[in-house]
Design a binder for this molecule. Structure first.
Ligand SMILES: NC(=O)c1ccc[n+]([C@@H]2O[C@H](COP(=O)([O-])OP(=O)(O)OC[C@H]3O[C@@H](n4cnc5c(N)ncnc54)[C@H](O)[C@@H]3O)[C@@H](O)[C@H]2O)c1
Ligand SMILES: [Zn+2]
Length: 688
């Protein structure tokens, strides 16, 4: 092997190749696979040239890989590991030994696949999880298919758990078969190599495309069997309506051990699979590639009823199947666990398939839930390819257990950062395109919640959501905006459905939408009265009602918060309609706290006052009017109000948001029916 003098170029080339490969989902699943390049650098300690390998570290995605995602190791030391390797039973010890091979600070943490990259004697190595390659890797006669499709250019490697021994096996193949450009790793994926970066990339793509073309040409016409009557997809509207109606129940099932965020997919791939005769058999065989089943669990829960069944029948059957799923998972754990296995991690399904409707997938946050769904789509593609040519034969259940409960996998989970206080919670905040609602949505999202912003204008709601997505660098995985007039029952139901379809369910509702008309009794028209009461009293009743249905079906408790007002108890002139409807909201808090407590749902309220900054209520003319009344400039109105308070502090939207967080956060778990004043102290509005 010759050496590349310019190590900076080696890493840059590797990153460019990785980004190209990772950008196309046909090449590998999200965050799946790893790539490497070897070269030399001057060791600053000795002044000698040393051989190094740059390899994608643990975690991260090839498509977005940057230099900080690379581990850098000394090849002389990695090669020396072969002499101290104690054998396959103790191969895991080599992971710790890799830390002693790092060059300099070593970069990213080396992944379990590092040995394969370091030990194979080729300058550039790609290990990928393409659907087409895994289809060959999981075909019952994968070995003979490999030689039929690729001749002697690609070599079959029987399934082996990733690690040092697999690295040695592949290194041996490369030595024994000099004409080979790569291999199919049974049950798992592919590895390809080259002397230049371009050659490695060409070889990877050749294996992937050749496998795909062979499948396209030789697959039997209906790999998943004929369509089952009654299992055909519903119409798009029908699917979404049915999914929204089932989502709360299914999220409750997926969250029995710990709360989960959900994702819903009704892509053609999913609907076609679920419509066909072989789907129950194939789904029960489970997924095969380690990346796939680590995120999807060994197998999904499949509803065994046609889409023509009623919602009630489907819910009842799902509840029965959930009990069975948990028993089966416990039995799987018990069959394979040894005394030193990590404790069982939760028995609930991560993938729930509903024929005719689609797939629900779950995770600790939206991104994880979405990716679990993507991985199951990868698995469906794998099964279609394998069944098209042969019979789908995933790795043994005992091997899946050895990966799922691998000490190294457990250590990875233990290293995960502690979740944020509102992680997994799904919030709906009304009137959140502006002022207090917007600040509340921002705070809830910053504390880990997924947020649905509902407001009159779709554009403003989506802009507020996009601002949150950009601030947290999570896009629509953290916040979405929907149009909803809270005084319209159908619009409220549509907003709740949108929340449930976007994030799987609902945990937390903030009734914030409102507006203020300050008029004397004689000036208040019936239309004024109706508008104030429709948006606030009726609007929050409608939102609470639609949301409570979801909260009760989920069985995970929840929170409802009302942004009421100081004026709900304070009596002053020129406020009959506004203050009366605020008093109505305040009493809804007490009534619903009393009624919903048996479901673990807490209902509390906040009484703000004098929030001028950021408030649309004040900006819309009312602030100017009030300022004129008090003889101050409009821009000083907030400070003027502050001087009337006990604390002499100006109340800002984020102070209301702070109170919402306290009410729904991890500390006030035993408080319901409470109103919290956030007004900088107004004695006339003290609660008693
Ligand atoms: N600003 C204050 O001093 C103050 C004091 C006490 C209570 N409040 C209450 O706080 C809440 C928020 O007020 P803000 O000051 O942030 O006002 P804001 O005008 O900035 O925000 C209110 C939002 O509610 C939306 N909205 C109005 N009608 C709606 C409807 N029918 N459906 C959906 N959304 C609707 C508006 O479009 C707006 O985006 C209101 O309920 C208000 O009564 C405010
Ligand atoms: Zn792999």
């Amino acid at each position: 092997m010759t050496t590349v003098p310019n190590s900076g170029r080696t890493a840059a080339e590797l990153i460019a190749r990785s980004n190209r490969l990772g950008a196309d989902p046909k090449n590998t699943n999200y965050a799946g696979g790893n790539t490497s390049a070897k070269g030399t650098q001057t060791d600053p300690v000795t002044g000698q040239e040393v051989e190094l390998v740059w390899v994608k570290g643990s975690g991260g995605d090839l498509g977005t890989l940057t230099e900080s995602g690379l581990a850098v190791l000394r090849l002389d030391r990695m090669r020396a590991l072969v002499d101290v390797y104690p054998g396959v039973e103790r191969e895991d010890e080599m992971v710790a030994a890799l830390d002693y091979c790092l060059h300099g600070k070593g970069g990213a943490a080396p992944s379990i696949d590092t040995a394969m990259h370091g030990l194979v004697d080729a300058k550039h190595v790609d290990h990928l999880h393409p659907d087409s390659g895994i289809a060959i890797a999981t075909a019952a006669d994968g070995e003979s298919l490999t030689s039929t499709i690729f001749g002697d250019r690609v070599v079959w490697v029987p399934w082996r758990r990733p690690g040092f021994q697999l690295g040695l096996d592949i290194a041996e193949i490369k030595r024994k078969f000099p004409q080979a450009v790569g291999c199919i790793l049974g049950g798992h994926g592919i590895t390809a190599w080259g002397e230049t970066s371009d050659e490695a990339e060409r070889n990877s793509l050749w294996i992937i495309d050749t496998a795909a073309a062979y499948i396209a040409e030789h697959s039997k016409p209906e790999p998943f069997g004929p369509v089952l009557p009654g299992y055909e997809p519903l119409t798009e509207d029908g699917r979404r309506a049915r999914a929204a109606a089932l989502a709360a129940t299914i999220r409750g099932i997926a969250s029995a051990d710990r709360p989960m965020v959900g994702h819903f997919t009704d892509s053609d791939v999913v609907l076609d699979f679920l419509s066909r005769a072989e789907h129950p058999r194939l789904a029960s065989l489970g997924t095969s590639c380690p990346d796939h089943f680590l995120r999807t669990k060994v197998k999904p829960l499949v509803l065994d009823l046609p889409a023509t069944a009623t919602i009630e029948e489907q819910i009842a059957r799902l509840q029965e199947l959930a009990v069975g799923y948990r028993e089966d998972y416990q039995a799987y754990y018990d069959r394979h666990a040894t005394p030193d296995s990590p404790a069982i991690r939760g028995k609930d399904p991560l993938i729930v398939l509903v024929p005719g409707v689609g797939m629900f997938s779950y995770g600790k946050d939206k991104q994880t839930a979405r990716v679990a769904g993507e991985f199951y789509v990868n698995a469906i593609n794998v099964m279609r390819g394998a069944e098209g040519l042969s019979t789908y034969a995933p790795i043994d259940e005992s091997e899946k257990f050895r990966i799922e409960y691998w000490a190294l996998e457990e250590a990875k989970l233990q290293r995960m950062p502690k979740p944020k206080p509102l992680a997994t919670r799904i919030a709906l905040v009304t009137g959140a395109a502006s002022g207090i609602g917007k600040a509340t949505a921002q705070r809830l999202a910053a504390e880990g919640a997924c947020v649905v912003i509902a407001d009159l204008s779709e554009e403003r709601a989506q802009a507020a959501a996009a601002e949150i997505g950009a601030a947290l660098n999570l896009g629509e995985d953290v916040a979405i905006g929907v149009a909803a007039d809270v005084s319209d029952e159908a619009a409220v139901q549509a907003a709740v459905d949108a929340a449930v379809l976007a994030f799987g369910g609902l945990d937390l509702v903030v009734n914030n939408a409102g507006l203020s008309l300050s008029k004397s009794l004689l000036d208040t028209t019936v239309a004024d009265w109706d508008l104030q009461h429709n948006v606030m009293a009726k609007g929050s009743f409608l939102v609470s009602k639609a949301a409570a249905k979801v909260l009760i079906e989920q069985g995970l408790g929840g929170d409802i918060v009302y942004i009421s007002s100081k004026n709900s108890i304070f009596a002053g002139p020129n406020n009959i309609a506004y203050s009366a409807t605020k008093a109505d909201q305040a009493h809804q808090v007490r009534l619903l706290a009393a009624e919903l407590g048996e479901h673990g749902i807490k209902v509390n309220g906040i009484n703000p006052d004098g929030v001028v900054a950021g408030s649309g209520i004040f900006a819309g003319g009312w602030g100017a009017q009030r300022a004129a009344v008090y003889g101050v400039e409009e821009k000083d109105l907030g400070k003027f109000y502050a001087q009337r308070t006990i604390l002499k502090r100006e109340v800002l939207p984020e102070h209301i948001a702070n109170a919402v967080f306290v009410l729904v956060g991890p500390d006030l778990t035993h408080t319901t029916g409470l109103h919290v004043p956030v007004d900088a102290g107004v004695a006339a509005a003290f609660l008693r």
